[in-house]
Design a protein around this ligand. Structure first.
Ligand code: CO8
Length: 263
């Protein structure tokens, strides 16, 4: 994953072990065009492969995380084109190919595909006034990047059905109250600071344990409880083979700070 210059996103390494991706297409409120998504996927892969990065922060601007898929790009697309090119399929590759934790820091609009992108991340933080929604019904279509599935799992069928059928938005405060967001912040600056703090905390742990923890929690979304618990136990057992598990437990017993081999 060679260094690449991007047009629609910015990448930085603001804290030790933390890679930040900022969506940067301000004139279109970070509408998720295909070129933007290609850059996002490239940057995510680069951070995922980087030995110096342990956690990823994905954010937009104060005004918009992302105002959805690019409506102008989609307006002339035909069924045959969408179907044969598997339009949108690669947009959710971050849920399958990125193994490091991704924190979404959402301020402003997170609509349609923007809301879906935030829902794909591992932890969602937002401002109290963030503007979430699945307004596709107003465009004569439906969510296409997992919104009907992930939002429904996150907030339950009753609320998700109402939101998706009416296209009504919901606030960051509601996102927190309904369990979509793990935390809310009063301002954009506090949101970024809080998100970086969490990313740095995660980056301070063993990479082996962090990867395993993300994997097993995400499995809970796909597997029935019994299979999920069994899967967790298998992975838990496998960690007895990791140097960092030995280091962590020895450090606890000796009342010392663990110095991870795989950090
Ligand atoms: N696509 C393309 N351009 C957009 C989009 C968009 N989704 N959203 C905003 N823009 C553009 C506007 O066209 C405008 O451009 P211009 O200046 O050239 O006219 C510029 O951004 C600024 O927008 P506004 O002037 O409208 O700004 P306001 O502050 O007045 O309004 C809103 C902000 C409320 C966010 C408004 O722009 C809006 O309603 N946008 C559309 C929101 C929407 O419907 N999103 C859902 C799109 S459908 C979708 O996402 C399907 C999901 C499929 C899967 C995606 C996988 C990730």
């Amino acid at each position: 994953w060679s260094v690449k210059s991007y047009e629609f996103i910015q990448t930085t390494e603001p804290r030790p072990g933390v890679g930040q991706i900022t969506l940067n297409r301000p004139k279109a409120l970070n509408a998720l065009s295909t070129p933007l998504i290609e850059e996002l996927n490239h940057a995510l892969q680069a951070f995922d492969q980087s030995p110096t990065i342990s956690a990823i922060l994905l954010t937009g601007s104060q005004k918009a995380f992302a105002a959805g898929a690019d409506i102008k790009e989609m307006s002339t697309l035909t069924f045959a084109e969408a179907y044969t090119t598997s339009f949108i399929e690669s947009w959710s590759s971050l849920t399958t190919s990125i193994k490091k934790p991704i924190i979404a820091a959402v301020s402003g609009h997170a609509l349609g595909g923007g809301c879906e992108l935030a829902l794909m991340c591992d932890i969602l933080y937002c401002t109290e006034t963030a503007n979430f929604g699945q307004p596709e019904i107003k465009l004569g279509t439906i969510p296409g990047a997992g919104g009907s599935q992930r939002l429904t799992r996150a907030i339950g069928k009753a609320r998700a059905m109402e939101l998706i059928l009416t296209g009504k938005n919901f606030t960051g405060k509601e996102a927190f109250e309904w369990g979509v967001a793990a935390r809310t912040f009063p301002t954009y600056e506090e949101l970024i600071e809080g998100s970086l703090g969490t990313a740095e905390t995660i980056a301070g742990y063993s990479k082996v344990a962090v990867k395993a923890a993300k994997e097993v929690v995400n499995k809970s979304q796909d597997l029935p409880l019994r299979d999920g618990v069994e899967y967790e136990r298998r992975v838990f057992h496998s960690l007895f083979g990791s140097e960092d598990q030995k280091i962590g437990m020895k450090a606890f017993a000796e009342k010392k700070k663990a110095e991870w081999v795989h950090k």
